[in-house]
Design a protein around this ligand. Structure first.
Ligand code: NAD
Length: 463
């Protein structure tokens, strides 16, 4: 990325000071203001659809359909849902009172947290930045957005569009990489929302701890698909391959690997090439329904994983560094300690690890970190429940992959190494709101309350 367009380091504290001032002046507090700015985000997305699709194509060769559905449509739906419900969400919530305080009233106010920092990653450059952003607008916060410098076309476009559509006294883009991030993280925020790798997540949390700033960490991990013997093979192969090839495998909730018995593997090995041809034809590289790896660094990382595998490639396998192309690739008979099983693949390689039973699969997953998503496949509800009961994960999707992430009424987030906190829809509003507990004690109750004051005589403390 051309770093001349990065935000100047010494401007960063000034920008934050400005947003803090705006917050203390209550600029972002009125509900009508929030709704207006949410409409402006909607307009930004609608009026610049072609440019956004182009930027995503420049960054990731993202197919138009994946940009429209996987980024823009989800965002627009979420904005509409938030605008339609905001009046309800902001209402103070009455609570029931214990008998001893029955004559008082208590409620929970939904106050904006303050100034928040939202840090995005490169794989869904619009979605992972703007989805938490609209939640923070809804909650009434002022916001700094830091897009990933790795998806540079998308970052530059957002930096150009923000001032045209949004109130710059409340919402700002800061462009840059680790140097700018380091300066940003020295500042004090009221919430930090980070999407990206677990390694950088630790840097974020360490920096936040210095100011006791709460964090949401949306991280990654190895999300397994556990298959029982009763699955419908063709449907399963289609659903798994679609989710692994979507955005060239660069989705935090892509299925990372399959665990199944040998007979299921054999059936899948027959099915996958058919499904691959069905979706992408015989010349995948020429098919414009398939994205590319973000850059050569990530291409080399994935190629190294593939070179090191002791499994056998049963579908795909073609790569072209100059074109950042890696075909959707199925690797069978992958040993449990294979290079492909060491870390999140984050690319279109799908290892199959053969196990003898569901219990062995469960035991294997539980040896690693808690994944962001879990994909149990079975026609039998008891088997599904058995797996869900024994394997922890951020979220889960039964007999399919990834689409739970598009349901804005479901909280989205990880657990342990795959993250903390959650968002989407109402949950985003809650993430950026402070639930303030309030009790109201009217003066006219003083006579009743006299018993609480010293001297504590026996008659006063009698219950
Ligand atoms: P990335 O390189 O874009 O980094 C993410 C952000 O961290 C960027 O804004 C970047 O500028 C910043 N950053 C990078 N190095 C830093 C440093 N040393 N100090 C401070 N900030 C730094 O993205 P990535 O880390 O390659 O992200 C890929 C990971 O993100 C994968 O593990 C994926 O699973 C995960 N992910 C998670 C979700 C989710 O919702 N849970 C969504 C998308 C991606």
């Amino acid at each position: 990325m051309d770093d001349s367009i990065y935000t100047k380091i010494d401007e960063i504290p000034q920008i934050i000071q400005q947003l803090r001032k705006s917050f203390s002046e209550r600029l972002t507090k009125p509900i009508e203001y929030r709704k207006n700015q949410l409409h402006q985000v909607y307009k930004l997305l609608s009026e610049n659809e072609e440019q956004i699709i182009q930027a995503l194509a420049n960054d990731l060769s993202k197919p138009k359909a994946e940009s429209l559905v996987g980024e823009l449509m989800i965002l627009k739906q979420e904005i509409a849902e938030i605008v339609n419900n905001l009046d309800d969400w902001v209402k103070p919530e009455k609570v029931t009172m214990p008998l001893s305080l029955k004559m008082n009233q208590s409620y929970i106010r939904k106050d904006p947290k303050g100034i928040v920092l939202i840090i995005g990653t490169w794989n869904y450059p619009m979605l992972v930045l703007l989805s938490p952003f609209i939640g923070a607008i809804a909650a009434g916060c002022t916001v700094i957005c830091k897009p990933s410098e790795v998806a540079s076309h998308s970052a530059s476009l957002l930096a150009e569009l923000f001032p045209k559509y949004l109130d710059q006294n409340a919402y700002r883009i800061i462009q840059g990489g680790p140097t700018e991030m380091t300066k940003l993280l020295e500042q004090r925020f009221d919430h930090i929302f980070y999407t990206g790798s677990s390694a950088v997540g630790k840097i974020i949390m360490t920096a936040a701890a210095k100011h006791l700033t709460p964090v949401t960490l949306e991280l990654g991990g190895k999300s397994p698909a556990i298959m029982s013997k009763d699955v419908d093979i063709m449907i399963t192969a289609r659903r798994i391959l679609w989710s692994k090839a979507y955005n060239c495998g660069q989705t935090c909730i892509a299925p990372d690997y399959i665990l199944c018995e040998r007979s299921v593997q054999s059936a899948l090995i027959e099915a996958f090439p058919k499904v691959l041809a069905e979706m992408y034809g015989t010349e995948i590289q020429k098919n414009n329904s398939y994205a590319r790896i973000i850059n050569q660094r990530h291409f080399d990382r994935i190629q190294t994983l593939l070179n090191g595998t002791k499994g056998r490639i049963v579908a795909g396998g073609d790569t072209d560094r100059n074109d950042l192309f890696i075909a959707p690739t199925i690797v069978a008979d992958v040993p449990k300690d294979d290079t492909l099983m060491e870390s999140e693949i984050f690319g279109p390689i799908l290892p199959i690890v053969v196990v003898d039973s569901i219990d062995e699969a469960i035991e294997f997953v539980n040896r690693g970190e808690v994944p962001l998503a879990l994909y149990p496949f079975s026609k039998n509800n008891d088997t599904i429940e058995y797996i869900l009961d024994r394997v922890q994960s951020g979220g889960a999707c039964i007999n399919d992959c990834m689409i739970h992430g598009a349901v804005t009424t479901l909280p989205f987030g990880g657990k342990g190494n795959s993250g903390m906190g959650s968002y989407h829809g109402k949950k985003s509003f809650e993430t950026f709101s402070h639930e303030r507990s309030v009790l109201k004690n009217p003066f006219y109750l003083e006579k009743v309350l006299e018993t609480r004051y010293p001297p504590y005589t026996d008659s006063k403390i009698r219950l």
